[in-house]
Design a protein around this ligand. Structure first.
Ligand SMILES: [Zn+2]
Length: 297
């Protein structure tokens, strides 16, 4: 019964996505299944993260053929993978809500209301790929901001689409189902084409070499520092945690891991969330800047 309902639910979403946007889709593991339906390489077994792993060779399997879609999604509960390259999509994945709007505001630009899907942690903003430019998964000037990008270079990337269930029980849903799918704004294309933040170790691995590609080092470092601030206990150690995280952040920024302004913005946002006042945050970040600078000499 459960199986039938979930399958029907998925088929409804696949049909809606096909009718509305003609996306190229493929099946992905569903957290209600007893074990991961993802196709794993024998040498790289499942990492246990449920609901995100493609069931087969997704880049080849992705299709916009309605009969094939019906057939492939009818065999049980599945999440819905959307292939960005085949669908002509550039998707901005925000793990920190407001991150892209913050960047846009910082350069005096508006963030147009394109088709957006809420996820467990943040949202996916869907844009049309700019014609004649193949943007990949690199984040360029957006590195270190809690933003990840799925584009069209090589096999391209994929996103888990609306109608899918996250392992936490959160359903991926369109913010506004009627929202249009807009072309990627020029400022976003420029930002993604810009060189990532400078001065990384030239011997660094490829995965560390592209800014905040999910799991990339700058992203991990900044995420850990933000977590340190967010874990603060009210009234006791909020300020000292912010100070400690900010000194580390400036040290990393001075070595070129990410732009200091990105780190500063991320920590200021974390400080706001734990209830620190803007004045206090400003003062703490200022003395952390001085302390980190002193350590360099
Ligand atoms: Zn898996």
């Amino acid at each position: 019964m459960l199986r039938t309902d979930l399958t029907g639910h998925t088929l409804d979403w696949v049909r809606w996505l096909w009718q509305t946007h003609r996306f190229h889709m493929f099946p992905v593991d569903h957290p209600a299944l007893p074990e991961c339906a993802g196709a794993h390489h024998p040498e790289r077994p499942c990492d246990g993260k449920r609901g995100k792993h493609p069931c087969g060779r997704w880049a080849r399997q992705a299709t916009d053929n309605p009969a094939l879609l019906r057939a492939v999604f009818a065999c049980g509960p599945r999440n819905i993978g959307i292939a960005c390259k085949a669908s002509g999509l550039l998707v901005v994945d925000e793990d920190r809500p407001g991150a892209l709007a913050e960047y846009a505001a910082g350069i005096g630009q508006d963030l147009p209301e394109t088709f957006t899907v809420t996820t467990a942690k943040g949202c996916h903003r869907y844009y049309r790929q700019p014609p004649g430019i193949e943007l990949g998964n690199g984040t360029g000037a957006l590195a270190g901001r809690g933003i990840d990008v799925r584009g069209a270079k090589g096999h391209g990337g994929y996103v888990v689409g609306p109608g899918s269930l996250h392992a936490s029980g959160v359903l991926y849903q369109p913010l506004d189902p009627a929202a249009p799918l807009l072309p990627a704004p020029a400022w976003l294309v420029h930002a993604l084409q810009a060189a990532p933040p400078p001065a990384r170790n030239p011997g660094a691995s490829a995965s560390a070499g592209r800014g905040s590609v999910q799991g990339g080092r700058p992203y991990k470092v900044l995420t850990a520092l933000v977590a340190t601030v967010l874990e603060a206990t009210e009234g006791v150690d909020r300020n000292s945690r912010l100070f400690w995280a900010a000194v580390r952040m400036y040290e990393h920024a001075d070595r070129g891991l990410f732009p200091a302004e990105s780190g500063r913005a991320a920590l200021a946002e974390a400080a706001r969330r734990i209830g620190l006042g803007d004045g206090e945050t400003h003062a703490t970040l200022g003395s952390a800047r001085t302390t980190a600078g002193r350590g360099r000499r």
